[in-house]
Design a protein around this ligand. Structure first.
Ligand code: SF4
Length: 100
């Protein structure tokens, strides 16, 4: 059985405008990475003024839709950890994305 401990973690997120971000860490239980071609966007990003998530959470990557990423296996992330940050002006993206 797969547990949260087995899943890739969000080791850092610099998108401070996201409701789940506190001190450059993601406090969602898990994130989904989605977005179109060449844009591995964090679909969990939500720009609210309130803060949410779990206080002690180390967010996992719950799902990733980028089959073409070198770290992707069966629509799950196999990297030990990912970093999320702004790519361009407004996109909260997985910066660990690697073309295979
Ligand atoms: S590293 Fe690749 S497989 Fe892992 S979350 Fe980012 S885009 Fe998805």
């Amino acid at each position: 059985m797969i547990t949260l401990d087995d899943m890739s973690k969000v080791s850092e997120c610099s998108v401070t405008g996201c409701a789940y971000n506190q001190s450059d860490a993601c406090h969602a239980g898990a994130v989904t990475i989605a977005g179109g071609s060449g844009h591995a966007g964090c679909a969990t990003f939500i720009p609210l003024t309130v803060k949410g998530g779990f206080e002690a959470a180390a967010a996992a990557v719950g799902a990733c839709q980028h089959l073409e990423c070198a770290h992707n296996t069966d629509l799950e992330c196999a990297a030990p950890a990912i970093q999320v940050g702004l790519r361009g002006a407004a996109n909260a993206d997985c910066l660990t994305y690697a073309e295979s």
